[in-house]
Design a protein. Structure first.
Length: 348
């Protein structure tokens, strides 16, 4: 198959493919028994992310089961701060834990020179997945590489863990703008290199996850969400010409139109809060939309799943579009509901 004939790549070039290509955020995860078994072999989550054989296996598992139109590299957005030299651990029931970055010395200690050797196993995973997709007959399946956007990654680096409001991060952004800007600049440059390496290794699409974009004021959103993503997209256009870019500014709200117009991504991932019909009037038809089924509608199944899915498909018919969730699939999702979703989307 010609690489450009893959449904996801056709849609990201602006073609209104119908039925639309389908993949799910966190499609490789704890709802799959084969994932749980593989993770058990790895010992811990970081070891799983940095073991090319196991990470490749996990990436391919949902493709074998559901034949999605894209495989997304199995990794984590916090691999980059770990590669820069910040300690990282994943604790059961607690999530990621890092030593909080709160001063100039801690930020200055981040070492971009460590990134390439640290992420070498991740690049090997990308190469193995590209080979594996072809070897297993999934020639129509595209491979997505990804990174966290600088603001969202900074949230975890400064706070030291997950949070509902990331008060320490926002406090640094307001209280010491030059220091916070230095961290964002460091992450922006490292993210460009990290994503370019993934494209060189075989990723056909690149995605930026800005999960916590919506916690900022409009002025800070422009500084720490729009501007870094714009710089990353512009640099990747030069480094990786022809590789489409998806940006996901979760909970951007009224800033969505400004974000889309400024950053220049090929596609915009929309979270569950966005009315797809309204988004189609805000976002230029030249920009592909991706989204945005509520993950809990997928858990519920039945009429809720069918109604929500049909509403999204109806709103997007005739427009370049990629069907996805509005956030990641959750562990309690019944496998049979994912199978039903695939049937619904494939039927258009």
């Amino acid at each position: 198959m010609d690489l450009l004939d893959k449904p996801l790549l056709r849609a990201l070039r602006g073609e209104p493919v119908w039925p639309p290509p389908l993949w799910l955020m966190r499609q490789a995860g704890r709802y799959l028994p084969e994932y749980r078994a593989t993770r058990g072999r790895a010992g811990d989550f970081l070891s799983l992310c940095t073991n090319p054989g196991l990470a490749c296996e996990v990436t391919l598992q949902p493709i074998r089961r559901f034949r999605f139109d894209a495989a997304i590299l199995f990794s984590d957005i916090l691999i980059l701060p770990w590669a820069l030299g910040q300690d990282l651990a994943y604790r059961e029931g607690e999530g990621p834990v890092l030593p909080p970055l709160r001063d100039a010395n801690a930020i200055a200690a981040l070492d971009p020179g460590k990134v390439a050797p640290a992420v070498a196993p991740v690049m090997e995973t990308v190469r193995r997945v590209r080979t594996g997709l072809s070897a297993e007959g999934f020639d129509a399946t595209a491979l997505i590489g990804f990174a966290g956007a600088p603001f969202t990654v900074a949230c975890y680096m400064v706070e030291g863990h997950g949070s509902r409001d990331f008060a320490a991060v926002r406090g640094m952004a307001f209280g010491d703008p030059p220091l916070f800007a230095r961290l964002i600049d460091t992450l922006t440059a490292a993210t460009i290199e990290y994503l370019a390496m993934q494209a060189d290794a075989g990723a056909e699409v690149l995605m930026l996850f800005d999960t916590w974009a919506g916690i900022l004021s409009p002025a800070q959103f422009r500084l720490y969400v729009i501007e870094p993503v714009r710089r990353i997209v512009r640099a990747l256009r030069q480094r990786c010409p022809g590789v489409p870019i998806i940006a996901f500014p979760r909970l951007a709200g009224l800033m969505l139109g400004e974000f889309v117009g400024a950053v220049g991504a090929d596609a915009i991932g929309l979270d569950t809060s966005v009315d797809m019909a309204v988004a189609s009037t805000i976002v230029s038809p030249s920009v592909v939309l991706q989204g945005n089924l509520d993950p809990l509608a997928l858990v519920a199944g039945g009429d809720a799943l069918e109604g929500e899915t049909h509403a999204i498909l109806s709103a997007m018919r005739g427009r370049p579009f990629v069907f996805n969730l509005g956030h990641g699939i959750v562990p309690q999702t019944p496998i049979e509901h994912v199978t039903r979703l695939v049937e619904l989307v494939r039927a258009g």
